[in-house]
Ligand binder design. Structure first.
Ligand code: C2E
Ligand code: MG
Ligand code: MG
Ligand code: MG
Length: 286
């Protein structure tokens, strides 16, 4: 089609495509090098009981730290990592780091917090994913019940035998599963019946305009009742202010994660939050 618009147009398109491919290649090369040079880090964002502000768990979120200290967020490199297969060593790094960090927190007496780790669809192509996860948990010496894995609906669409087997393996081993970004996927809800899901995380796009946006209010309320009626947990993502928290608490969603409580922070800062009296995040006075 580009050709019909004349030679020059075709030339421009192919140049653009070439540039884009070159950028991606360049980035994936840099990413590979960053992994080898240990330039990846795991940040932690608290999940809190919004009624008490007590931290009940933390989500592990990967970061790429450049030499000059610039922090590159996962949205910029996870898609490339998925295409290039680099997501596999990255995931393993995040999983092992998060499990070891939880072991350190447990050594400090923080025995009732859990960590959540994101799983990429690509990881389901790894035949020994279950073993890899159990190995990370066991070598860190943490109880399986304190690891939660976050999957997106995208992964569940697959609905293959190996996916089902994986989820059963996790359940049998006491590892819990949460659906991330709930409500933005295209999957049917039937997987909630077939898979051992422990919690839904309401996507932050529905939380953003609460409580004023009527549609978002209805959607979040419906997701909360769905979870409660199925007797599974519910977590709100992207809570940025008290009004959103109040709305959610009133509708029965008491666990929240968002900038209102804390941004994702390096392990030492997370430790400082956890070691405050009762692991309660203080109310900001501003
Ligand atoms: P996610 O799993 O849904 O993680 C939540 C994202 O929302 C995080 O972005 C977090 O910083 C951001 N967030 C939390 N609270 C707020 C808020 O109040 N307001 C706003 N505007 N944003 C908030 P982050 O860390 O940039 O991660 C983006 C995505 O990258 C994650 O979304 C997840 O899908 C993916 N990701 C991150 N780490 C990993 C990893 O280790 N493995 C895999 N496979 N994916 C990862
Ligand atoms: Mg997540
Ligand atoms: Mg999410
Ligand atoms: Mg996401």
């Amino acid at each position: 089609r580009a050709k019909e618009r004349g030679r020059n147009t075709w030339h421009v398109y192919s140049q653009e495509l070439h540039d884009e491919l070159a950028d991606r290649l360049d980035l994936s090369k840099k990413l590979r090098y960053a992994i080898e040079q240990n330039k990846l880090a795991v940040f932690y964002q608290p999940q809190v009981d919004m009624t008490t502000r007590k931290i009940i768990g933390l989500e592990a979120l990967v970061r790429w730290i450049e030499d000059d200290g610039t922090i590159i967020g996962p949205d910029r490199f996870i898609p490339i990592a998925e295409d290039s297969g680099l997501i596999l060593p990255i995931s393993d790094f995040v999983l092992q780091t998060a499990c070891r960090q939880l072991a350190r927190w447990r050594d400090m007496g923080l025995n009732d917090i859990r960590v959540s780790v994101n799983l990429s669809g690509r990881q389901f192509q790894v035949p020994d994913l279950t073993d890899q996860i159990l190995y990370a948990v066991r070598s860190a010496g943490i109880p399986t019940a304190f690891l939660e894995l976050e999957l997106t609906e995208q992964v569940l669409i697959e609905n293959s035998k190996s996916h089902t087997q994986f989820m059963q393996d996790m359940r049998d081993n006491g590892i819990t599963l949460a659906i991330d970004d709930f409500g933005v996927g295209y999957s049917s809800l039937s997987y909630l019946k077939h898979f051992p899901i422990n919690a839904l995380k309401i996507d932050r796009s529905f939380v953003k305009d609460l409580p004023d946006d009527k549609d978002d209010a209805t959607i979040t309320q419906t997701i909360v009742s769905l979870a409660r009626n199925l007797d599974i947990g519910i977590v709100a993502e992207g809570v940025e202010n008290q009004a959103q928290a109040d709305f959610l608490i009133e509708r029965g969603c008491t666990i929240g994660q968002g900038y209102f409580y804390s941004r994702p922070v390096p392990a030492d800062e997370a430790t400082a939050l956890l070691t405050a009296p009762n692991s309660v995040i203080p109310v900001k006075i501003s």
